[in-house]
Design a binder for this molecule. Structure first.
Ligand code: UDP
Length: 382
């Protein structure tokens, strides 16, 4: 006899877990998805007017260090090699990002070698900061005020809606600083774009016996009793009807515009100036450089605090959020036969590859332990 599992949410977290559990033959899995498509915020589809593959919830470039995760996604789609090369639009001109030797030489009008550049940037850093406690301190310590103000201050304030001095240093640590000419946005070993988009991958992941996908159907907490176990990938506070108040997220708003030809010559240009209201412009046809399209589809991206009805993207995780989070964690731990998974379920800032890796690990753990011992969280929210 199979045990019945409900999974709320058909993003990567839910889909990968559903596949692994159903694949064992020991579980029948029902996936509830309130939207009319799978793949969560990774959803892509071909724009009917232009033929361009559009990333509806913002650009997603797959990259990972984990060989098993890379192997897993390649089992569902061909990935075209792709290197994310971002440009920064600043008050002093357009530069290469992440900050690298070209950025430093052009920004300061120099011809530094890698060693000279490293020595020069070290003189700009604020040596009085011992252990950086905030985003701002991290930037000032390693880059100095000029680079911080031109590349990071305005962008970060727009993206997060608060002074960078209130944000954790960990956010900046996502971005490398390089003293060579490597302008790859990521340090990861594997990088690519699926040729048919992400939604096609998630559809394939879910397309096996033992999985039923119910689109446009929201999982309600009253449904728990119909299942032996529930995996919830929606917002943790939403599961508890926001009874202590809402965990804060930043939401994104996309303003589409179409042009003929090439609008900006690159997939992503960040606008680092505080006065420019958008954070970046993404021109989606450049994510598939192997395709040819006469027209082009671009999105200006704006960030704002999530209010009711908005799609939550980035967990804010300021001090108040962490206090609230602790109260929700307590409620979650008291729940029986429910696990919280993924970016929203654990209130963490996660990339796709991390979510997939965690779901693979969680599934392996679940398949080797009795259901009563399944964990409350795919990974600790703290
Ligand atoms: N950031 C910035 N200027 C930029 C790009 C990034 O200040 O041009 C900061 C910003 O605070 C952002 C963080 O660095 O949240 C991490 O950047 P990343 O590109 O990883 O953010 P993502 O768009 O993936 O969330």
């Amino acid at each position: 006899m199979t045990s019945s599992i409900a999974i709320a949410g058909a993003g990567f977290a839910g889909a990968v877990l559903a596949r692994e559990l159903a694949g064992s033959g020991r579980f029948s899995v029902t996936v509830f998805e309130e939207r009319d498509h799978v793949a969560g915020n990774c959803h892509t589809s071909r724009d009917p007017e232009t033929g361009v593959m559009v990333h509806h919830y913002g650009p997603h470039i797959f990259n990972t260090d984990r060989e098993d995760v890379w192997g897993y996604v390649n089992g569902f789609s061909e990935f075209a090699p792709y290197v994310n090369r971002v440009k920064a639009h600043t008050a002093r001109g357009v530069f290469s990002l992440p900050v690298n030797l070209l950025t430093i030489n052009q920004f300061f009008g120099e011809r530094f070698s890698p060693r000279e550049a490293a020595e020069f940037v070290a003189t700009l850093g604020d040596a009085s900061i011992d252990e950086a406690q905030s985003f701002e301190e991290q930037a000032l310590k390693f880059l100095g005020r000029d680079l911080y103000e031109n590349f990071f201050y305005g962008y970060t304030k727009k993206q997060w809606g608060v002074e960078p001095s209130r944000l954790p240093a960990s956010i900046l640590k996502r971005l490398p600083v390089r003293f060579n000419y490597d302008d790859n946005y990521y340090n990861t070993r594997y990088q690519g774009i699926p040729v048919d988009g992400y939604t096609a991958i998630v559809e394939k992941i879910l397309d096996v016996p033992g999985i039923e996908v119910r689109l446009r159907e929201r999982f309600e907490s009253g449904m728990n009793s119909q299942f032996d176990h529930v995996f919830f990938s929606g917002p943790m506070d939403g599961y508890f009807d926001y009874q202590f108040g809402r965990l804060q997220y930043r939401s994104l708003v996309f303003e589409r515009f179409d042009e003929v030809g090439d609008f900006q010559g690159n997939a992503v240009i960040n606008y680092c100036e505080e006065q420019v209201p958008w954070t970046r412009i993404a021109e989606h046809k450049h994510f598939t450089p192997w395709e040819t399209h006469e027209r082009t589809v671009c999105f200006r991206e704006y960030s704002r605090l999530t209010s009711e009805g908005d799609v939550p993207y980035y967990p804010l995780r300021l001090t108040d959020d962490k206090d609230l989070l602790a109260r929700y964690i307590e409620l979650a731990e008291a729940e029986d036969r429910v696990s919280f998974i993924g970016r929203l379920g654990t209130y963490r800032y996660l990339d796709m590859h991390v979510v997939i890796g965690e779901s693979l690990d969680l599934a392996a753990g679940c398949l080797s332990t009795p259901m009563e011992e399944w964990p409350t969280f795919s990974m600790s929210p703290f």
